[in-house]
Ligand binder design. Structure first.
Ligand SMILES: Cc1cc2nc3c(=O)[nH]c(=O)nc-3n(C[C@H](O)[C@H](O)[C@H](O)COP(=O)(O)OP(=O)(O)OC[C@H]3O[C@@H](n4cnc5c(N)ncnc54)[C@H](O)[C@@H]3O)c2cc1C
Ligand SMILES: Cc1cc2nc3c(=O)[nH]c(=O)nc-3n(C[C@H](O)[C@H](O)[C@H](O)COP(=O)(O)O)c2cc1C
Length: 767
């Protein structure tokens, strides 16, 4: 094949090499706009896996590259005058200029034609004479941008400003240096890539950048200002830029995340940064470019594969890898963009939060990397959780948490889950076993299902209630059992279904109206949940008084039962949530309109409940932190304001759920998918929060808690199949101090021994 590679970066050069290695008969030419030896950027970092891949593909260039690698192990985080050092991270770096030199030499040796100072124009008819034109022309690809619709280009310009500099100062560790200045936070990411040279990327928010006056400075002035700012770390070494003499480069940039729906159009194929970019803070752009090149060369040379099938396979496989990396990169980008959310942390937690920012590194990964450091974090966590009383080194999920005078033994909670199994609202033997068993299972806090404050407040005829003496007696039996047989605390979740009421049992059809015996429903406005549901009656002031008083009466009954805590359900589109979300609240009175108005009634109910609930007992509120709507819905930004408003009325915990507030929601699911909302409410609002949503591993729980993304973690579905989730986690993590019913102690220690033996055998196999 006759192939032109536009751009002599890692992607173009490595593709040319990989093609020639597979079939020397290919005619390949690489066109690069810059002269040889002149390039932007300084060093690049690789992972061990990338090294394995390039060694398998071309042992010759891999040998030269790996010989010149600089290795380092530690990460230093400089923050508020402290340096937090953790080890075991294992980085490998090389100068970009040197990498390109090695690749150019190898390409030449294999017979690739290299043309420098050759600016290529996508409109040039020359390209029609090639079988394939590889657009390996980087992030600002002209060949991609000439056909934006054909490639389905999606560009996301990120908020922060950064400049990619170099220095002769040699950093022994990967260094993050955060400086708090009169203009705001500014920080550097620095790492060594050669024996005498380090990359030094400076980053800050756009606002800070403007306040510094970087927008009006020349490149030299910017560099001088950065030298002054980071003088403590540079030990007199200068900062340098190599962008000034390059075509098409600027000093300060905003990172541009590129995604393309299609990677091929006609004879043009996108490769590397031209097709996709990953934020520099996870340092994987070069890896992706090299791996793209290997895959594309593979499929193009596979016998019997048509060109179309080859290109389809190339995109299908590579785009999946890219998607995973871009997801991690997005988390990492956002962490730096919302840095000020975390600057109230103590240095150790700040460093932990930084290390786990992309969600690719978890608590247990950190233990494998540097056990001693992780144990320092665990000790710090326990000390803080116990007002300095405990010196324990143990997983954060087992640390106690205090709200008012109630202390939970650990941070795991059984999330509220409707069981649809009551008759006339009365919990029965099913509920007795269900809640009793989950309390025995070791969770620190067990929530009841949404328990309804009147018959009309029920979602379905099977919902539990709290409006008469039968309810009090039945709930009291459950609460007494929990208190007598476990250390778990039990929280009564109270709610009103609003416009989502009068529907079938959960497993008969979610939100589907009853076949017969429907009762009238009411809501903030006359917006039905779906065309199949009733049109609710907009609440009058008299309705509001009645329902508020029903909530208060239920609180008093909850007290009689001995509950430890009350939660108000103001999420998921039920009555109070219908006031909060603008998608359901269309009122024109003082309860509709802006957020302050929409919150007025839910806050009134909460305040009345709080007044009836003893001041030494805690209360929480469950909110939907987003409506998962592209426009007009509640946003995570609103969620902070909503959390703050409830906290002002005496909420001790914000239970941060999301969605289910309108039928056309577009949620984005994944592991721990709602935790970012809890993180935001907790750290912007400085409130105690509980995270929920697809948290299912002890490692998830520990990572969330240690990173300060929540104070408690709630698990719903995992507890349906495993009431003993917490005890199992204790066995898995070899934590002995968990409360276990004495009747079950033998089982717990046996499980712990077996799991330990299995872990040791697996570790021995790995060695
Ligand atoms: C601040 C920063 C730090 C980074 N740190 C790392 C890191 O540590 N590790 C890592 O793996 N990656 C890192 N990257 C990303 C990495 O630089 C890219 O992902 C990688 O270079 C992509 O390779 P590429 O060949 O696709 O594109 P590029 O390396 O950008 O190469 C494209 C080439 O095409 C040339 N070109 C462009 N247009 C034309 C034209 N019209 N005609 C002729 N030639 C043209 C350019 O001059 C360039 O040489 C970082 C990026 C930034 C911005
Ligand atoms: C069967 C079932 C019933 C639920 N009922 C309630 C409820 O009564 N009140 C509530 O606030 N959330 C309820 N939820 C939502 C859960 O508390 C939780 O927020 C959600 O399932 C996500 O957590 P998970 O991924 O751990 O399951 C219910 C979830 C399930 C699966």
């Amino acid at each position: 094949m006759k192939i032109a590679c536009i751009g002599g970066g890692p992607a173009g050069l490595y593709f040319a090499i990989s093609m020639k290695l597979r079939d020397a008969a290919h005619e390949i030419e690489v066109f690069e706009r810059n002269p040889p030896g002149v390039t932007f950027g300084w060093g690049v970092v690789f992972s061990d896996l990338t090294v394995e891949n390039i060694t398998a593909n071309d042992p010759v260039s891999a040998e030269t590259i790996t010989k010149e690698f600089v290795h380092w192990d530690e990460i230093d985080v400089h923050f508020k005058g402290e340096t937090i050092t953790s080890g075991g991270h294992g980085f490998i770096g090389i100068g970009r200029k040197r990498l390109l030199q090695v690749l150019q030499d190898r390409a030449r040796e294999l017979g690739v034609g290299l043309h420098f100072e050759a600016e290529c124009d996508p409109g040039d008819p020359t390209w029609r004479g090639y079988d394939l034109v590889i657009a390996s022309d980087g992030i600002n690809s002209r060949f991609r941008d000439a056909l934006p619709d054909a490639f389905g280009v999606d560009v996301d310009v990120r908020r922060n400003k950064f400049v990619w500099l170099g220095t002769s100062k040699v950093f022994d560790a990967f260094t993050f240096a955060f400086e708090d200045t009169e203009h705001g936070w500014i920080w550097a990411h620095a790492y060594r890539f050669a024996p005498d040279c380090s990359t030094f990327i400076v980053e800050c928010s756009e606002e800070t950048w403007v306040r510094f006056g970087f927008d009006k400075m020349s490149q030299d002035e910017s560099i001088a200002a950065c030298e002054k700012l980071f003088a403590n770390y540079l030990d007199g070494h200068r900062l340098q830029s190599n962008a000034s003499h390059l075509v098409g480069s600027a000093a300060w940039l905003n990172f541009r995340r590129i995604k393309c729906e299609r990677w091929t159009s006609g004879n043009v194929i996108l490769l590397g940064d031209a097709a996709h970019t990953a934020h520099f803070s996870i340092g994987s752009g070069t890896k992706l470019a090299l791996e793209d090149a290997i895959k594309l060369a593979d499929v193009l040379n596979r016998k019997g594969l048509s060109l179309e099938a080859a290109l389809n396979e190339y995109q299908a496989e590579r785009s999946l890898e890219v998607l995973k990396l871009q997801n991690s990169a997005r988390n990492s980008t956002e962490w730096f963009e919302t840095l000020e959310r975390y600057t109230h942390f103590e240095p150790l937690q700040f460093a932990y939060s930084l290390l786990t920012r992309s969600q690719r590194i978890s608590h247990e990964n950190l233990r494998l990397r540097d056990r001693e450091w992780l144990e320092t974090v665990e000790r710090w966590f326990w000390k803080r959780a116990t007002d300095g009383k405990s010196n324990k080194t143990a997983p954060p999920m087992f640390a106690p948490f205090k709200m008012r005078e109630m202390e939970v033994q650990n941070r795991v909670t059984v999330s509220p889950m409707a069981m649809y199994s009551a008759v006339d609202g009365v919990p029965n033997d099913f509920h007795f076993v269900h809640y009793g068993e989950r309390a025995l299972g070791g969770a620190g806090l067990v929530f009841t299902e949404m328990t309804c404050v009147s018959p009309e407040a029920r979602i379905s005829p099977g919902c539990t209630g709290m409006w008469n003496a039968d309810h009090v007696a039945a709930w009291k039996r459950i609460v007494d059992f929990v208190h007598a047989n476990s250390t778990a605390k039990i929280c009564l979740q109270l709610g009103h279904s609003g416009g989502k009421g009068s529907t079938k049992l959960g497993w008969e059809g979610n939100d589907v109206p009853l076949d017969e015996g429907n009762w009238p429903v009411m809501s903030a406005s006359d917006v039905p949940w779906s065309p199949a549901n009733q049109v609710p009656k907009p609440m009058t002031r008299a309705d509001m008084d009645l329902v508020r008083d029903q909530f208060v009466a239920a609180v008093r009954m909850g007290l009689e039962c001995g509950f430890d805590m009350i939660e108000l359900h103001a999420a998921h589109g039920y009555l109070l949530s219908s006031f909060i979300t603008p998608l359901q609240n269309r009122r024109s009175d003082e309860y509709g309109g802006g957020l302050e108005n929409r919150l007025r009634y839910p806050l009134e109910v909460f305040a009345a409940m709080r007044a009836a609930w003893p001041s030494d007992k805690p209360m929480s509120v469950r909110i939907s932190a987003t409506d998962w709507a592209s426009e007009n819905g509640t946003t995570p930004e609103d969620a902070v304001l909503i959390g703050e408003a409830f906290a002002r009325e005496g909420a001790d915990l914000i239970d941060v759920s999301a969605g289910q507030t309108w039928a056309d929601q577009q949620p984005v699911y994944g592991r721990m998918f709602q935790t970012p909302f809890s993180d935001r409410v907790r750290n912007e609002g400085r409130l105690a929060t509980m995270a929920v949503g697809n948290i299912y591993e002890p490692d998830h729980a520990n990572s969330i808690l240690a990173a300060g993304r929540a104070d408690l973690v709630a698990l719903a579905r995992p507890h349906l199949v495993d009431p003993f989730w917490t005890l199992r986690a204790a066995a898995q993590l070899d934590y002995r101090d968990v409360h276990c019913p004495p009747q079950y102690l033998n089982g717990l220690s046996q499980l712990a021994r077996n799991l330990k033996r299995e872990a040791e055998a697996a570790a021995a196999l790995r060695v």
